[in-house]
Design a protein around this ligand. Structure first.
Ligand SMILES: *[C@@H]1O[C@H](CO)[C@@H](O)[C@H](O)[C@H]1NC(C)=O
Ligand SMILES: *[C@@H]1O[C@H](CO)[C@@H](O)[C@H](O)[C@H]1NC(C)=O
Ligand SMILES: *[C@@H]1O[C@H](CO)[C@@H](O)[C@H](O)[C@H]1NC(C)=O
Ligand SMILES: *[C@@H]1O[C@H](CO)[C@@H](O)[C@H](O)[C@H]1NC(C)=O
Ligand SMILES: *[C@@H]1O[C@H](CO)[C@@H](O)[C@H](O)[C@H]1NC(C)=O
Ligand SMILES: *[C@@H]1O[C@H](CO)[C@@H](O)[C@H](O)[C@H]1NC(C)=O
Ligand SMILES: CC(=O)N[C@H]1CO[C@H](CO)[C@@H](O)[C@@H]1O
Length: 865
């Protein structure tokens, strides 16, 4: 989402565009674009499917249809758009998005609020660990618990829509600015964590908003502006389904009430009005019943976006072709006009309004005890204008400072701690004792001395890096920084709060140096140390000369521990093999609980149990050029073609036979685990190559809402204008229910494996990762597939030395299918063929395999990686 809480949020290209706009906003500028590469096209897909035909939404739709049937056109229009950014900037609106209401029939204004890791721009909340940190826990339970806690906080502040989770960016581009808001560079890791978050949040009655649909993989040039079109991500159908759409399908299946479109285009068509993506893929194939909203100021048309399936415009103003500050809207009064003149059929408006109202009923927000917003995202003052947008407004209380933290710091700390990933630990150097003399280096060890929230939206990398920057950030209520925690626990701590290595006394035997380094990224609305959201300036290197700091510490001390706070992979080659660098811990982006979560690991109170949610390559050039950040010297539309197809992150490295420094899924413990007694069983008999036919699509109750126009005098159809028949009677084969054909989630294979703590001293938690290896293309219907692909994972409870646990893993029909572009269906190309299910502790540490043909498992097998 774009930043609009304060005038300072408008910066860089955005502000420039606004200033240049009056003279330069011409259609001609917007028309400039390079041709979309041959073969890539976004096919038309009309009409927009109605919601209301999936059974678990029936009750909500029943009530919504009844309410919308009583609404006038003006009321329906009012609830499909925000009341505008203008109010946000100068009149202190409560939330980052505020929809119009229909008070006559009792439908309230709804509050939409960032962001994925906590309630943004307010106080008395918890700053949870970021998505990438959550992914690194590999704990389904913690993913859900964090969602529950966040849901409680959004609800407590009176928020209707949680603007998260983010599963797009998926993490295709290692430098991508917002990868950290999601859960890792793998569709299944994103899907599991995203769905668990959605469930946790929505169980509290808050509508989750799955975003950004789709392919918002880089930040630079993401937005349409008066001078240039947003980049086009050109993606083939199979890659879309098997990678980028996968977590959206799981999120829809988990019941997300809303989906937010991305700023960018796909195949040359803007995501906010891409009929194929919204009407076709999302609403028809995935059977999405909730509402589709734009990212902030992403809407670039009125009629076209309505017909393409968009249901809500946020924050309500125009941008791509007009100035957002003057109160113009592509919808609102223009949508009324479009309905009255027949360009947008009444039933489309009915469906838009019903989707909004149905999501509200589905989460139970009609209950009398659902709080109204009790904070202002624009001011920390207690008193402000009561009626944002009005030129003259009485003042009143706008911040009640409701404390919503409860005991959420416990789950926040648990996530931060279980994410900590031990990459290297020579001779079991860690854990260390609290009596060791500690010499701590790096500004990243201590909270920003200018104040923990001194940079708007965390737009500086000063002091400890607990989250990236932009709309995905939140205020810290407090920050438990590592240096304070170290000083609390250790007997002898010397801290050098600098990133340039100082002069130090000669090291003594037993001295330990702990070096803190970081790498930051964020949203393109801000530039930080020349990085325009993406890490375009820093690349994958540690910021602030972190490599030199580690090298110099390694020259002065013979025992060095490196702690990395980072948004994604950093290249560690300048120091990883130095003999003094004994141990490396990646603490990701820990949020407010950065201190004790880390030091308890350093001092051995708990073993680290995080695993990398991405690969750490030896060199960035180990990846194909197609996943680099795209820029263009001209104002034409950037064409970002996903020519690498399915081959991103470990899928690429394995195919190319390139060893990373640390593989996807890697993570050490203070103990070691063995895997034994693996079993596989077929559930429900031999698979057929295609899933059972999708269930029939029932008639939607939305069809029953009157489509008559209010009064002849107010409406006209141009002569000869053809009104299109707008009801879909059958859907795509891949569809059938929320997420797609329900048979895709039939459990095909159930596996179990026993993990045993082989150590004698430390307790720890084991993670079992299950990767599928499809039969070779020659016996797989010609479908080329990545060597291995993550399909499921499980984390054990804490195991004392010698103790075992049995972990269960599952493969669904979809997990052993490929997307067949010809039949537009998920198929199992060789149902009786030999799929290997590889189980282990990392994508390059797989020693157990179970075969789907013989149903035999082998321990100590030679992994394909
Ligand atoms: C993009 O174009 C490719 C190639 O024609 C096609 O397979 C795919 O379905 C298109 N995707 C979208 C979202 O239009
Ligand atoms: C539209 O929404 C605004 C803001 O909530 C509200 O003040 C106004 O009364 C609504 N209009 C109608 C027609 O209900
Ligand atoms: C809650 O907010 C108020 C006002 O900003 C502040 O004084 C108070 O310290 C906050 N409480 C907590 C627990 O953060
Ligand atoms: C109907 O109104 C909309 C909004 O003003 C406008 O964009 C569209 O061109 C109009 N259609 C016709 C057929 O006049
Ligand atoms: C702290 O460590 C330093 C360096 O090893 C040592 O010289 C000093 O005596 C220690 N101080 C205490 C109080 O142990
Ligand atoms: C092996 O796994 C099966 C299935 O979970 C379980 O019933 C059995 O007890 C396990 N055996 C051992 C020795 O752990
Ligand atoms: C103005 C308002 O509705 N404030 C609400 C803030 O939240 C608390 C607790 O969640 C409610 O009790 C208040 O009604």
């Amino acid at each position: 989402m774009f930043n609009m809480e304060s005038p300072s949020g408008l910066r860089g290209l955005t502000l420039l565009s606004l200033l240049l706009l009056p003279s330069l906003a011409s259609a001609a500028a917007l028309d400039l674009r390079d041709p979309v590469p041959a073969g890539y096209a976004s096919p038309p897909y009309y009409p927009a499917p109605y919601g209301g035909w999936v059974s678990d939404w029936s009750s909500a739709y029943g009530k919504a249809v009844a309410l919308v049937s009583r609404m006038t056109v003006a009321e329906k229009v009012n609830i499909t758009a925000g009341t505008g950014m203008y109010m946000q900037l100068f009149f202190q609106g409560r939330c980052v998005g505020n929809s119009g209401s229909a008070p006559r029939v009792g439908f309230p204004q709804l509050c939409l609020q960032d962001g994925p890791l906590g309630v943004r721009t307010t106080d008395n909340i918890t700053a949870f660990p970021a998505g990438i940190t959550t992914g690194a826990t590999w704990s389904k339970d913690l993913m859900h618990q964090r969602g529950v806690a966040m849901g409680e906080e959004f609800r407590g502040k009176g928020v209707n829509f949680y603007l998260g989770p983010s599963v797009g960016a998926l993490g295709r581009q290692p430098r991508g600015g917002r990868n950290w808001e999601g859960f890792g560079s793998d569709p299944v890791l994103q899907a599991v964590a995203g769905a668990a978050t959605i469930k946790g949040v929505q169980e509290q009655g808050v509508i989750s908003t799955l975003k950004h649909y789709i392919a918002n993989e880089q930040e630079i040039y993401r937005m349409y502006n008066p001078l240039q079109q947003a980049y086009s991500a050109n993606i083939d159908d199979r890659t879309l389904h098997e990678l980028y759409l996968w977590p959206f399908a799981e999120g829809v299946r988990a019941g997300t009430g809303a989906v937010m479109t991305a700023y960018n285009a796909v195949n040359g068509s803007a995501c906010s009005q891409n009929a194929y993506l919204i009407n076709g893929v999302l609403k028809d194939e995935l059977g999405f019943q909730g509402l589709v909203m734009t990212d902030w100021l992403a809407q670039i048309s009125g009629v076209a976006s309505a017909l393409a399936g968009l249901d809500m415009s946020m924050p309500g103003d125009t941008f791509g072709n007009n100035i957002p500050l003057l109160g113009y809207s592509n919808w609102m009064y223009e949508l009324t006009r479009s309905v009255l003149n027949g360009s947008v059929p009444v039933d489309r408006l009915n469906d838009m309004a019903t989707r909004v109202v149905a999501a509200w009923y589905k989460m139970g927000q009609d209950a009398a005890d659902y709080p109204l917003p009790n904070f202002s995202s624009n001011t920390a003052d207690r008193v402000g204008p009561l009626y944002p947008g009005a030129l003259i407004s009485p003042s009143g209380v706008v911040n009640e400072y409701v404390n919503v933290q409860a005991n959420h710091k416990t789950v926040a700390k648990q996530v931060a701690q279980e994410a900590i990933t031990l990459l290297k630990n020579d001779n079991s150097f860690l854990p260390i004792t609290t009596s060791a003399p500690l010499f701590v280096f790096g500004t990243d060890a201590q909270a920003d001395s200018n104040g923990i929230n001194s940079c708007t939206d965390k737009t500086c990398n000063r002091g400890l890096l607990g989250m990236g920057w932009g709309s995905g950030s939140a205020n810290y209520p407090y920050l438990d920084d590592p240096i304070s925690s170290l000083k609390r626990k250790a007997a002898n701590v010397t801290y050098y709060n600098t990133d340039s290595f100082p002069t130090v006394a000669a090291a003594k035997t037993g001295d330990v140096a702990i070096v803190f380094i970081s790498s930051d990224s964020g949203e393109n609305s801000y530039t930080v140390e020349n990085n325009h959201g993406d890490r375009d300036a820093s690349g994958l290197s540690a910021w602030h000369n972190g490599d030199a700091l580690v090298q110099k510490a390694a020259a002065a001390y013979s025992n060095v521990v490196v702690v990395v706070h980072t948004v994604g992979p950093i290249i560690m080659e300048p120091w990883i093999n130095l003999p003094s660098v004994k141990s490396v811990l990646v603490a990701h982006l820990p949020g407010q609980e950065a201190g004790d979560s880390l030091t308890e690991v350093l001092f051995g109170q708990v073993s680290p149990s995080g695993h990398l949610p991405y690969s750490i390559p030896v060199s960035e050039s180990d990846y194909p050029a197609s996943v680099s950040i795209k820029t263009s010297p001209t104002l034409s539309q950037i064409q970002d073609t996903y020519s690498e197809g399915l081959y991103i992150d470990y899928r690429h490295l394995n195919k190319a036979g390139v060893k990373p420094r640390f593989a996807f899924g890697h993570g050490l413990s203070y103990t070691s685990f063995s895997f034994s007694n693996a079993t596989i069983s077929r559930t429900g008999g031999q698979l057929s190559s295609t899933p059972p036919a999708r269930p029939a699509k029932p008639v939607s109750p939305v069809a029953a809402i009157s489509t008559s126009l209010p009064a002849a005098a107010d409406a006209y159809y141009p002569t000869g204008f053809n009104k299109i028949w707008r009801y879909l009677s059958r859907g795509p084969r891949g569809g059938g229910a929320s997420g797609g054909n329900p048979a895709l989630w039939d459990v095909a294979y159930t596996l179990s494996v026993t993990v045993t703590n082989k150590g004698t001293t430390a307790s720890g938690k084991a993670v079992a990762q299950a990767y599928v290896q499809f039969p070779a293309a020659s016996s797989n219907g010609g479908f080329d597939t990545p060597v291995i692909q993550l399909r499921d994972f499980a984390k054990s409870a804490t195991l004392a030395p010698g103790k075992s646990a049995t972990l269960q893993l599952q493969l669904t029909r979809k997990d052993v299918s490929v997307w067949d572009t010809k039949t537009q269906n998920w198929i199992v190309p060789s149902p009786g063929g030999r799929y290997g299910v590889w189980i282990g502790q990392a994508s390059d540490d797989l020693s157990v395999v179970c075969y789907t043909d013989t149903l035999a498992c082998v321990i100590g097998a030679q992994s394909p990686v």
